[in-house]
Design a protein. Sequence first.
Length: 137
Amino acid sequence: MITNLITVILDTNIFVAAYWARSSASARLIKACIEGKLQAQYSKEVKREVMRVLRQIKVPESYFRSLEPFWDKAVEVQGVPVDSVRVEDPDDQKFIEAAVGGEADYLITNDDHLLKIGYIGRTEILRPGSAARVLGI
């Protein structure tokens, strides 16, 4: 995919953190995607997990509605199996596969299992605070 925007994959914990702290780096990153400052990417598996977890923690319908512009502007990518890197928590593998499939610039997460990897292909894995600083968000 050719775009001039920096591409990001956001882990589920970014959406949860943004819900609990509306002025957090996580919330600012989601807002930057909605405003077109960043190009969000996701795979079907990533979106399915985000929606499931948000329902599990019982976020109000208004929060789901506030995320609709995010999903409308985000680009669905096909995850690519990655055998060279195995995440300690197999549930996190979908984020690595989406990042590789979309050739994302950044995978943004609070998950230590993912952060330990550092890079996968061209994708740098960062915490939301670090990503917000690097990206000027």
